[in-house]
Write a protein of this length. Structure first.
Length: 310
């Protein structure tokens, strides 16, 4: 079971001693950013290379197959966000049942052997190895035995609350997009190809882009949002609905974006949407006319938002 892990780790080698940290890093929120900034700073002080190892897929997908798992960003986005924080290298380690069965001693021995790990940077709740046996105390003991040292980075907290993935998901589930942006240090976004829908939006005077977001990506709760839509590098004011279109008897969750004052064909193009502010719940209006009136109001409120916030 060690051979696959050894092979993947060997491919990550930077050819010189390293300081490293590892974890899922889903969302790369400000807590993650805090940890990696510490890693990069300490690696430079000690004359080490800095390496971030992100685990994928989520352990639940491997250990409890069939358990629904959602991510706060795609793997590609995660790697790009981690790289932007300045480590010398970001690498992906495949999480498998074999990896989960390895003891903490076996795993850190491989980190020491294949990567020449001299410094392991972790959070206070870090635990690795079979049944999470390798907590901070155990890792420190292993470090003395194997020739590396462990540094524990304090959790990033505000008002006594931890900045972490759970807080991000809680705010996302409530549609609190300003709170989500504060926790992430950036606006929450989703992206996907624009696909053909049933054309109802165009028929109502609001041609929308129906975005095929991966089902693995966590969405804000159902409702109407002020958003910014990116066509390439250009960010345009937009209004986005997440819901099932109850007025038309829909039952499939969709993400539909109306880009203000835009004319053009977006079918087959990649569209990224940033969520800025929640306007209202998705409602089951008594008539199509009432829906159209609400949509006009949504657009007006969207224009007001951008007029006030730029």
């Amino acid at each position: 079971m060690k051979d696959q892990v050894r092979c993947e780790l060997a491919a990550m080698s930077l050819g010189r001693p390293v300081a490293l940290t590892l974890g899922k890093f889903d969302g790369v929120h400000r807590g993650h950013q805090h940890l990696i900034a510490w890693l990069v700073h300490r690696a430079r002080e000690e004359g080490l290379a800095s390496l971030v190892i992100t685990l994928h897929p989520h352990p639940l997908e491997v250990l409890q197959p069939g358990t629904p798992v959602s991510y706060l960003c795609t793997l590609e986005e995660r790697v790009n966000l981690l790289q932007a924080l300045g480590p010398d290298k970001v690498a992906i380690l495949t999480f498998t049942s074999e990896l989960a069965a390895m003891s903490a001693h076996q795993f850190v021995s491989l980190l020491r052997e294949e990567l020449d790990m001299r410094l392991l940077v972790v959070g206070p709740d870090m635990a690795l190895g079979h049944q999470r046996e390798g907590d901070v105390q155990a890792l420190s003991s292993l470090g003395r035995e194997l020739g590396f040292w462990v540094e524990v980075v304090p959790l990033l907290e505000e008002d006594g609350q931890r900045i972490g993935s759970s807080a991000v998901r809680e705010a996302l589930a409530k549609g609190q997009m300003e709170r989500v942006a504060h926790l992430l240090g950036r606006n929450y976004s989703v992206q996907g190809l624009v696909v053909r829908g049933d054309g109802r939006g165009k028929g109502l005077g609001f041609p929308t882009a129906n975005i095929a977001v991966s089902p693995e990506i966590a969405l804000p709760c159902k409702g109407v949002y002020v958003t910014r839509a990116y066509i390439g590098e250009a960010g345009l004011p937009a209004c986005t609905n997440i819901g099932t279109r109850p007025v038309f008897g829909g039952d499939r969750l969709t993400v539909e974006t109306y880009i203000l004052d835009f004319q053009g064909d977006l079918y087959g193009r990649e569209l990224k949407v940033e969520f800025l502010h929640r306007l209202r719940d998705e409602l089951n209006f008594p008539s199509v006319e009432a829906l159209v009136e609400a949509m006009h109001q949504d657009i007006a409120h969207t224009r007001e938002f951008f007029a006030q916030h730029g």
